[in-house]
Design a protein around this ligand. Sequence first.
Ligand code: ATP
Ligand code: MG
Length: 386
Amino acid sequence: MAKENELMRIRDYFPLGMAIGDAFCNRKKETEILVENILNGKHSLLIASRRYGKSSLALHALSISHLPYTEIDFYMASSEKIIETYILHGVADLMGKALGAMDKWINSIKKYVKNLNPKLEIGGTYMKLELTASTQSDPAMNVKEALLLLERLLEEKKTSAVLLMDEFQNVGMIAKGKGIEGAIRHVAQKTRYLTILFSGSNRHLLRTMFEDEARPLYKLCWQLPLKRIALEHYQIHLQKAAQIAWSQHLSDEVFYKIMQLTERHPYYVNKFCDKLWTYCSKKPPCMDDVNLYWLEVLEEEKSDAIKEISILPAGQKNVLLKIAQKNTLKLTSKQTILELQMPSSSIMRALASLEEKDLIEKEGNEYQIINPIISFYVLKNAPMVS
Ligand SMILES: Nc1ncnc2c1ncn2[C@@H]1O[C@H](COP(=O)(O)OP(=O)(O)OP(=O)(O)O)[C@@H](O)[C@H]1O
Ligand SMILES: [Mg+2]
């Protein structure tokens, strides 16, 4: 992967993974807020649908902040004990990155540790700290101790560091508002040197964790919801890549078609543009190229999309179709209720469920399907609702 400031190859402009360097399009306001928060020790919560650019933004802001950080990804977490292991690893790793030569701080650990077992792993040229806890001990206590230990060592050295906690809704699902969630709040309320950057894609669960007064993380963070990248920002981004590849602009017609087909979903913009810039390496794509290669994207994504749609109950499929049809009628209007043959309460339940599954989101007063490929296949295989 290309590093920031390294010369970019044209194929690096549209990565399917993290967008870094010149591949990172705009997000200037969000970056500015996040960098400010990070540098001032304010915890933040990044919320957005899958593949909207949370990790890219977090890493972009962290690289600007020049602070040491470690990423803990909870997507595989299945119990409090496993969450504890992830956090203990993350804490030990961040100590290594933030505190410099180990002989300067290793003795301080003994002052603060009660339940945890710090161990030194000595390799050929390196020394690594490992933090473990006994199997019977309480994960919440251990997590609290580890995070406080990190904060105290950072304070001794008067240096700051960041823990990036990704797919954090899984912690809420497992801890259900108690235990580890409470331990993290306990520490997060008092840290000055350790900043936590929470992020996740299940908006519903995250909002419950951070907004529900009964939950321990209530009001602890600056919430930063991520939307799609604006059209005018993509205009600059794509035209710059066009200049590099062909020393020419994309026609307006082609540019707007790319935006319309991908619906500015960051992952699909990149997937599609990478194809266009590769297949049309000699000259800018024309409308026929755009239509042809979009079919290829649709074909590649077909099985995943069909799988996601087919497991939905009938009511949710029908509501999804109504949204895909971009019907201007309210979803609970009399006519829609008649067409769907569903009472408004069932329609509301279907909407809530589709939102929880991260298939739809609300923009202003309107619902929209998040993934343009799902939208396409919902319309293509539309069941006939009389
Ligand atoms: N600012 C940006 N400019 C251009 N492309 C971007 C930007 N942010 C993200 N992308 C692209 O969007 C896609 C998803 O990015 P990323 O992995 O950062 O998102 P995510 O929200 O963390 O995804 P996930 O839900 O899978 O963790 C990638 O193809 C990435 O290159
Ligand atoms: Mg991510």
